[in-house]
Write a protein that binds this ligand. Structure first.
Ligand code: 5GP
Length: 121
């Protein structure tokens, strides 16, 4: 897959506000936050989209959710609740093709997340 901005963040070639790192993953503040807390949790292994997740990646993807729960507990919003989102492809609005778990918190959120661009049935 082609290189993304997130590979450059992992290699510290461009700055990011990193809040967590371990051998498998990195978490940092989204540059354009959509909630009072908006983190991106990414695997260090570049995987373009959910469609590209392989059998061997199952533990790695689960790890991203474990990091989300850990950060929610440590940052104090686990009990209030939060949203995790992993977009996939054009209809979802995915713009960076290195999978990432959005972790949004700090205010009540609406549902469902349709936009005016939705297709008419
Ligand atoms: P997507 O739309 O692909 O699900 O989400 C990509 C996210 O990456 C967006 O929320 C966008 O604001 C964020 N983003 C894009 N470029 C950068 C960057 O250089 N630094 C950081 N911290 N976030 C970025």
């Amino acid at each position: 897959m082609s290189e993304t901005i997130f590979s450059k963040i992992i290699r510290r070639e461009i700055p990011a506000d990193i809040v967590y790192e371990d051998d498998l993953s990195l978490a940092f503040n989204d540059i354009n936050p959509q909630a009072p807390v908006h983190l991106l949790i990414i695997p260090k292994k570049p995987i373009a989209t959910i469609n590209d997740i392989q059998e061997d990646d199952r533990e790695l993807v689960g790890h991203l959710y474990w990091v989300a729960a850990k950060l929610a507990a440590e940052m104090g919003f686990a009990d209030d609740g939060y949203r995790t989102v992993m977009n996939c492809g054009e209809n979802s609005g995915q713009t960076v093709f290195h999978i990432h778990l959005h972790l949004l918190a700090g205010q009540p959120m609406g549902w469902p997340p349709y936009s005016d661009k939705r297709k008419q049935a």
